[in-house]
Design a protein around this ligand. Structure first.
Ligand SMILES: [Cu+2]
Length: 314
């Protein structure tokens, strides 16, 4: 691969193995386009001036044919196009075909957060990966189309509800990188961010082991707070009293609420549990029914921990 090791005009410093070939393809297409754009526009303007109609100049019969010229302007661009296809196709295959020992992470987009599920079942809202190891993201979505984009890795792939997409890459430098949702997906689309942590050799396994045991290693209320942050609730629920897309969690426990059909309700444990598992069962007055269900996505003990945390928000 042709290496362009630095950050480019449009992109951050490359941090994956495919990055340099993506940059090469981009600048090749860009350069060829720019070259022909300048030539064509310059010639057009010059000919307009040079061959303009004016007194004393008769219209000359145009030559009908020039084999040499026609072959040149057909074969040369055709070769350039084949080269573009070749670069693009190779890069696409590099990102699409994974080997059998790639580390697979399931990625689920939801309005408006990412869930990254590791092989041991642990789910996090940030992407953690080992350096220098082939990683495959298998993407899907619970609601609308989202799209994973990590500029430093030069990878981008859609997360489509009801199907699985894959993207494969090898991160080459430990550090933190920005991940964006790059498919407009509604109100908080621009907040649908995540950080990619590329761990130095050996550190990834240690991180995963520690992170996986939230409920086992923390008191319920603290575990609940971590889950609140890591499982996407923050996108819609504040804990400081401000209403967002959903009601604030401040003082939610035993709060007197009203449902959209007018029934009053007291937010006890069972109501909170129901709200998390079956959000559409009772809709809080003044809000839209946009909360995704966490059925099958939060374990019982995790829901219990979240409720324990909600009780502390007085
Ligand atoms: Cu999105």
């Amino acid at each position: 691969m042709i290496a362009t090791a630095d950050k480019t005009l449009f992109m951050p410093e490359p941090a994956s193995r495919v990055a340099s070939s993506v940059d090469f393809t981009f600048y090749f297409v860009f350069g060829v386009s720019l070259f022909f754009f300048v030539i064509l526009v310059a010639l057009t303007i010059w000919f307009m001036f040079r061959y303009r109609a004016r007194a004393g100049h008769e219209v000359e019969p145009s030559p009908s044919h020039n084999t040499g010229l026609e072959l040149t302007w057909s074969i040369l661009p055709a070769l350039l196009l084949v080269m573009m296809f070749w670069c693009g196709f190779r890069g696409y295959m590099d990102m699409f075909v994974s080997s059998s020992n790639a580390y697979e992470i399931l990625v689920e987009g939801q309005k408006w957060a990412w869930n990254f599920q590791y092989p041991n079942g642990y789910i996090d809202n940030e992407l953690h990966i080992p350096v220098d190891r082939e990683v495959t993201l298998t993407l899907t979505s619970t609601d609308v189309i989202h799209s994973v984009y990590v500029p430093a890795f030069r990878i981008k792939r859609d997360a489509v509800p009801g199907r699985y997409n894959k993207v494969t890459f090898v991160a080459t430098m430990p550090g933190e990188y920005q991940l964006f949702c790059t498919e407009y997906c509604g109100t908080s689309h621009s907040d649908m961010l995540a950080t990619v942590y590329v761990h130095a050799p050996g550190e990834f396994e240690t991180w995963l082991e520690k992170a996986s045991d939230i409920v086992g290693s923390l008191p319920p209320a603290e575990a609940g707070q971590v889950l609140y942050q890591k499982r996407g609730c923050t996108q819609c629920h504040s804990v400081d009293g401000k209403a967002g897309i959903g009601p604030t969690f401040l003082g939610i426990y035993e709060r007197q609420g009203q449902m959209s059909d007018g029934t009053p309700i007291v937010a006890d444990e069972n109501y909170l549990r129901e709200s998390i598992l079956y959000p559409q069962a009772k809709i809080v007055a003044g809000y839209d029914p946009v909360m995704p269900t966490y059925q099958g996505r939060l374990k019982d003990e995790e829901i219990t921990a979240i409720i324990a945390y909600l009780k502390t928000l007085r």
